[in-house]
Design a protein around this ligand. Structure first.
Ligand SMILES: NC(=O)c1ccc[n+]([C@@H]2O[C@H](COP(=O)([O-])OP(=O)(O)OC[C@H]3O[C@@H](n4cnc5c(N)ncnc54)[C@H](O)[C@@H]3O)[C@@H](O)[C@H]2O)c1
Length: 385
């Protein structure tokens, strides 16, 4: 069955969808019904959209096109109103990650999706990685023994241009509206969502004892160098230690630590390493999975909105946490200038790796540019020191 699709937000990450839709269209799986963006399309966007309707107003585009599916790939704080409009015309929804900027918004949209009887997929594409499914299966079979913890580390670098590209970049809020565009909740959101999925802890009540160290090397509102540690209801410690200020970047990984062994998952590359064995897997995109689910409800949605409860609880903890602490200038290095310029925290690569592998926090590890070391008595979860 060929389903009609409207794409909202086509120039940033939405371009990935525009290209995927073109591929799926060639295969007869979908038909692009229209594109909505508040800015005009560039030449590539216009070529991909062809003669399909373009509108800066989603309401009028939906009225004209009545699509089967609406894909929303716009800034986080615009998700709820646009998603509402998609559901209101009876379309299924594919909403980019992080799905909503507050817990209340998440609950509201879950309720709305249920009332509408429409399907709501999110854009956590790592959850469609076959490496994740394989690792979850190995964990369930007891291959690593009792799971002690899942530690994630990520060392990326963002340029000045990344923060200048849009007014919402690096913001916690705009005029009182939550945006939550920090390292943990946006660029490394997949790390958190994937760790929680691997643990089978996706519900709101499945996470507890959330500890956060939010830091910023840049002069922005949101965090760019952070550590999250929590305990799931199953007793697993989950740590995510991340930075957007690395001098040497690397693929983010999740390390599953069990009583008999461990596994390392590169969730952006679909590579799973267990002992000396390295497995390369494929993945199913959120859109392809949504189409498969609509054709056959027996095919499970890989990242439905309902199962974002635990992730949203973490996001809401970040949103309501005190502002990120600036890392003192003495610990920073500025490299280049203009749009290509970056800010680095020398040694941050080792710090995030250490925190993940020891299921610890920066403070507990005594990382000098982070918060003061916590004493063992103050440590509610207690990773390995
Ligand atoms: N899944 C991933 O790997 C991934 C990667 C990057 C971004 N994202 C997500 O994609 C979404 C967009 O991020 P981005 O970095 O592309 O943002 P961006 O600001 O770079 O681009 C957003 C696009 O949406 C358009 N837009 C903004 N407001 C709009 C509105 N009200 N109606 C219609 N169009 C509107 C903009 O003109 C622009 O074309 C965010 O939710 C982000 O977290 C996901």
């Amino acid at each position: 069955m060929t389903r009609t699709v409207v794409l909202v937000g086509a120039s940033g990450y939405g371009r990935t969808y525009l290209r995927e839709i073109a591929t799926l269209e060639a295969a007869g799986a979908v038909r692009l019904a229209g594109v909505c963006d508040v800015c005009p399309l560039d030449p590539e966007g216009r070529a991909l959209a062809g003669d399909r309707p373009f509108d800066t107003d989603l309401g009028s585009l939906l009225d004209r096109t009545r699509p089967d599916i609406g894909i929303v790939a716009t800034p986080i704080h615009t998700h709820l109103p646009l998603a509402r409009q998609v559901l209101a015309v009876g379309a299924h929804l594919l909403l980019e990650k992080p799905p909503l900027p507050t817990a209340d918004d998440w609950r509201a949209l879950v309720r709305l999706a249920r009332e509408s009887g429409r399907v709501c997929q999110t854009g956590f594409q790592s959850l469609g990685s076959h490496a994740v499914a394989r690792l979850a299966q190995l964990m369930a079979e007891g291959r690593f023994g009792r799971i002690r913890g899942i530690g994630g580390h990520g060392a990326w670098s963002r340029t000045n241009g990344y923060y200048r590209r849009a007014p919402w970049a690096g913001r916690r809020e705009i005029d009182g509206t939550p945006v939550v565009d920090g390292a943990l909740t946006n660029p490394f959101a997949h790390m958190i969502a994937t760790a929680l999925r691997l643990d089978g802890s996706t519900g709101w009540d499945d996470v507890d004892a959330i500890e956060l160290e939010l830091l910023r090397a840049r002069d922005i509102q949101a965090d760019d160098t952070s550590c999250l540690r929590l305990r799931t209801a199953r007793g697993t410690v989950v740590t995510a230690a991340v930075t957007l200020c690395a001098a040497t970047t690397s693929d983010p990984v999740l390390v599953v630590q069990g009583s008999y062994g461990h596994a390392t998952l590169s969730y952006t590359r679909d590579v799973l390493s267990v002992g000396n064995r390295r497995e390369h897997h494929g993945r199913t995109s959120p859109l392809a999975n949504l189409l498969a689910h609509l054709d056959d409800p027996g095919v499970a949605l890989q990242s439905d909105l309902d199962s974002c409860g635990a992730f949203t609880r973490v996001l809401d903890a970040v949103r309501t946490a005190p502002d990120p602490r600036p890392i003192p200038a003495a610990w920073l290095r500025h490299v280049g200038d203009g749009d290509a310029g970056t800010v680095c925290v020398p040694g941050v690569e080792a710090a995030v790796k250490d925190a993940a592998e020891r299921l610890s926090t920066f403070g507990a590890l005594g990382i000098p540019w982070a918060c003061a070391p916590a004493s063992p008595q103050q440590d509610p979860i207690g990773g390995t020191r």
